[in-house]
Design a protein around this ligand. Structure first.
Ligand code: PLP
Length: 419
């Protein structure tokens, strides 16, 4: 699917690019620190599920910026909301009130059924906010001695890149060279309730989990895992914090992935798609008994809750209230699962699908995930590997069934070529 860009908007999205691919690659190589190893595709514009490169070649987006682009590139409703706000007011900081923050907070808290919201920008900042909120609650309400609160996390987690967050990552590439690390985290195997139970002590403030582990390769826990974790947290007076930065906002076929198993976390972390693919918008949602503990000066962010972000976030909430993207992700996800299952045993070792989100384990003897993604990119399919031999498909939710078929067909051809 592609969108017609409204004529009232600046024409840059459709303007032919004057950049040559080789110049861009050269300049990136020379001037951008190498924290990423991008595939050699130079995007110039995009619409719906399609990205056009500097040479005018179209690529089907099967990553959607790690689910930040759930509602499609150039979604006209989101662009219109951003564009209108851009000309009114963008930022006054939280030193003053502005017209859009309360409205956005009211809509977002209503969407997920919580009392309060802390607005931030990136996912990692929102995770940091949830960690602070949980520790504060443990020290001030639960009675854990100051500075002794612990948070239990899962192996294979990905919650962002700050120093504290990588302190409880078990990915050596993300950690090496960055110590000393922040104490106060205990890691247990993902999906193992007994291990979690054994790790919880009187000092435990929270259990922090991704309801589906995204960067680990779309790892879907057993259906009874989150409900049992919820029961355990309630019984042991521990907060359940769900990081829905990647799984939330329609990706899995529900507004929140936790809804699949009827679990209500104490704190919900949102990001990525909340910014509509336009600006970074993240938030922590919770009830007054936890988030109500924050007092002025105890936490903040210059850009958090800015007017432009709020206008975009509000439009995202309006879109989600209609439910069409959730329904679409569920329906297209069933289709994708059926198509991918056919590849199992033909270069694919295993497939995990929830909503329009798939982790595809490539047969390790055949090729690395990177090799497969490079070959897919040559064929006009943009996908991303994770952890060696896994690739993920998480297209914009506006993608059509025949476009999904095309992507899976290309994957099949790449695997046949390698076999
Ligand atoms: N939490 C989860 C589950 C994520 O997948 C990510 C990013 O991939 C983050 C947090 C960090 O978000 P950001 O990159 O916006 O800081």
């Amino acid at each position: 699917m592609t969108f017609d860009v409204p004529t009232a908007l600046p024409p840059s999205a459709t303007r032919p690019s004057s950049f040559a691919a080789a110049d861009v690659l050269c300049l990136d190589e020379k001037r951008v620190a190498r924290t990423y190893a991008p595939l050699p595709v130079v995007a110039a514009s995009a619409s719906g599920a399609w990205v056009t490169d500097v040479d005018g070649r179209r690529h089907l987006d099967l990553l959607s910026a790690y689910s930040a682009m759930n509602f499609g590139h150039g979604n006209p409703r989101i662009l219109a909301a951003a564009s209108a706000q851009l000309h009114e007011l963008t930022l006054v900081s939280r030193a003053f009130h502005h017209t859009r923050l309360g409205e956005f907070a009211d809509a977002l808290t209503g969407l997920v059924g919580k009392d309060l919201m802390v607005p931030m920008n990136t996912g990692a900042e929102a995770v940091e906010t949830a960690i602070k909120a949980a520790r504060k609650w443990a020290h001030e309400v639960k009675g854990v001695p100051e500075g002794e609160a612990e948070i239990v996390v899962a192996s294979g987690n990905f919650h962002g890149r700050t120093t504290t967050i990588i302190s409880f990552s078990d990915d050596p590439v993300a950690r090496r060279g960055y110590g000393p690390f922040t104490p106060g985290f205990v890691t247990v195997p993902y999906g193992d309730v007994e291990a979690l139970n054994a790790a919880v002590t009187d000092r435990t403030a929270a259990v922090l989990l991704e309801p589906v582990q995204g960067e680990a390769g779309v790892i879907i826990p057993p259906a009874d895992y989150l409900p049992r974790v919820r029961a355990l947290c309630t019984e042991r007076d521990v907060l359940l914090v769900a990081d829905e930065v990647q799984s939330g906002l329609a990706r899995t076929g529900r507004t929140l992935a936790c809804e699949h198993v009827g679990v209500e976390p104490d704190l919900i972390i949102l990001g990525k798609a909340l910014g509509g693919g336009v600006v970074p918008v993240s938030a922590v949602l919770g009830d007054a008994d936890v988030l109500g503990l924050f007092r002025p000066g105890q936490h903040g962010s210059t850009f958090g809750g800015n007017a432009l972000a709020c206008a975009v976030g509000l439009e995202v909430v309006e879109i989600l209230r209609e439910g069409t993207f959730q329904e679409r992700a569920a329906r297209l996800g069933d289709h994708l699962r059926a198509r991918l299952d056919v590849l199992v045993g033909h270069g694919v070792a295993a497939v995990r699908v929830i909503g329009l989100w798939a982790g595809i384990d490539i047969d390790e003897d055949l090729a690395s995930g990177r090799d497969v993604c490079e070959r897919l990119a040559e064929r006009g399919i943009l996908a991303k590997d994770t952890h060696g031999s896994t690739i993920r498909f998480s297209p914009p939710l506006v993608i059509e069934e025949d476009e999904l078929d095309h992507a899976v067909g290309q994957l099949g051809e790449v695997l046949a070529e390698l076999g």
